[in-house]
Design a protein around this ligand. Structure first.
Ligand SMILES: Cc1cc2nc3c(=O)[nH]c(=O)nc-3n(C[C@H](O)[C@H](O)[C@H](O)COP(=O)(O)OP(=O)(O)OC[C@H]3O[C@@H](n4cnc5c(N)ncnc54)[C@H](O)[C@@H]3O)c2cc1C
Length: 468
């Protein structure tokens, strides 16, 4: 009789790395996608994988990939499951590769400011290790406590201080990747190369579909000498967008520059509401003299634009509470369907996208809230992060209404010239819009790449590619 994949893996890795206990399987069936949580609550639970494998070194990952490829078994990498787009959702024949035991520090180099961490290391632990040396990764997603450095790379994540420090693609210097063939690709760690396309970029944002990241090398920074904060009211969102554009195009880079619409000011900073104003908060960091000059320059630009100073307590409060998030479960239990959707657009499109998405979400049956803030600013544009909450009269409508809110947000964004995602990725929730984003030749190129690297399509099937 043919041996099962579980038996094959146990023989290859040893029984202690191949887990089949019901609770372990149950806990890793899916990520934090609202629709998967809703499915669990409404009696449509996603299946559990056939086993969870916990590699402790790259050679283990090679053995798992080889076994899955030879046996045509789906393989889904798992960081800490904080993804919000359905990037992890398994079938009963799937092997789930939990990277949680690969957490070693391979390099901490204070001369070249490089650190290599194994991919399963929790983001907050990586930051603590760097901080002990007076260094920082400069990459602080809100989920830093509940996500891994490998997950950051796989989802093309963004940190809260990205306006100055960049996103994951700007702080990652090199990768170690186990390819679906079982080969190990190690990209070079020179600061730049002119040696053809940069291969690490193929894997940044690949969402587990092209290989398994086993180690990530970051370019670090020294902790900034000084931090200062400032905040401004804007009479409406358009004026706030203009101020942000003005600041960044003048050459100032406050690492944090966030703009909340009135509904979000009321929700997040109720004591600081003023009329129906939007609110912009900023954090300035760097050498003493630069911070002082930047803060002053931003104040002058705000005054020129008719944006009054707002109490800086808002910024202190944001800094303190920025990673406190309650999950969606309590709202879902009350019959309220909720999610967040981030998009991005050039400056001349952003105001239109804000208005059309909020208007369109306002037409959804049972809508209770539709609001937005921006959190990542660029010389050429901005992101927007929409939040919606709807309470239909019948709980059976929660999933269809969820899909309608996504549909409306994606369609309005595309129609106004924006891009469908800024940092959460594609997963399952955005797949149907990927060809509108990349174009048919782009999707074909990605599909060809996938087929070349992973001819048996074992790596995270059903994710990213519209038909993969
Ligand atoms: C409260 C909350 C706040 C968040 N804030 C932010 C934020 O500020 N910025 C942001 O960008 N995102 C944010 N997210 C989304 C999420 O945290 C990120 O997408 C994160 O990068 C996922 O990391 P993870 O380790 O949990 O990955 P998982 O959720 O386990 O996996 C995500 C995807 O990556 C793949 N994957 C994971 N590890 C590997 C690996 N080693 N090799 C190959 N593929 C792999 C998986 O197969 C899956 O497709 C937030 C999520 C929550 C719930």
């Amino acid at each position: 009789m043919a041996r099962s994949i579980v038996e094959i893996l146990k023989e290859a890795l040893g029984g202690e790395k191949v887990l089949t206990a019901k609770q372990v399987l149950r806990e890793r069936r899916h990520d934090t996608w609202a629709l998967s949580i809703l499915d669990d609550m409404q009696g449509r639970p996603a299946p559990a994988p056939c086993c969870v494998v916990q590699p402790s070194e790259t050679a283990d990952v090679v053995a798992v990939v080889n076994a899955c490829r030879e046996n045509r078994t789906p393989l889904v990498p798992f960081g800490l499951g904080s993804g919000v787009c359905g990037g992890v959702r398994v079938d009963s024949d799937t092997v789930l590769l939990d990277m949680g035991n690969m957490t070693r520090v391979r390099l901490l180099d204070k001369v070249n400011l490089l650190a290599t961490f194994e991919a399963g290391l929790r983001g907050a632990d990586a930051e603590t290790i760097a901080a002990r040396q007076g260094l920082t990764l400069g990459h602080y997603p809100q989920s830093i406590d509940i996500s891994t450095v490998g997950g950051w790379v796989a989802t093309r994540s963004a940190g809260q201080f990205s306006t100055a420090y960049g996103n994951i693609e700007d702080v990652v210097v090199g990768l170690e990747v186990v390819l679906p063939s079982g080969e190990i690709l190690v990209t070079r760690q020179t600061p730049r190369a002119s040696t053809g396309p940069d291969l690490k970029n193929i894997f940044i944002g690949s969402e587990g579909t092209l290989g398994v990241m086993t180690a990530v090398t970051f370019s670090l920074r020294w902790k900034p000498e000084k931090r200062a904060v400032s905040a401004y009211y804007a009479p409406d969102m358009d004026r706030g967008f203009e101020l942000q554009q003005f600041i960044i195009q003048s050459g100032w880079y406050p690492p944090v520059m966030r703009q909340y619409d009135f509904m979000e000011v009321k929700r997040n900073f109720p004591e600081q509401t003023r009329d129906s104003d939007a609110l912009i908060i900023m954090v300035h960091e760097g050498p003493n003299s630069r911070v002082d000059v930047e803060k002053k320059a931003c104040a002058m630009l705000a005054a020129d634009m008719g944006c009054d100073p707002a109490p800086v307590e808002t910024v202190h409060r944001w800094l303190e509470e920025r990673n406190h998030v309650t999950g969606f479960e309590p709202l879902l239990e009350k019959g309220i369907i909720v999610d967040t959707i981030e998009v991005a657009a050039p400056w001349d499109r952003i105001g239109l996208i804000y208005k059309s998405v909020i208007r369109s979400l306002g037409e959804v049956e049972g809508i209770r809230a539709a609001s937005s803030h921006s959190s990542h600013c660029y010389r050429s544009g901005l992101n927007l992060y929409f939040t919606f909450a709807a309470k239909p009269d019948d709980r059976a409508k929660m999933a269809p209404i969820y899909n309608e809110c996504w549909q409306r947000t994606m369609e309005e964004t595309l129609a106004a010239g924006g891009g469908i995602s800024h940092h959460h990725g594609i997963g399952r929730v955005r797949r149907e819009w990927l060809s509108r984003e990349l174009g048919e030749p782009g999707v074909r190129l990605l599909a060809d790449l996938k087929h070349t690297l992973d001819p048996y399509h074992i790596m995270n099937p059903g994710v990213l590619l519209p038909h993969g």
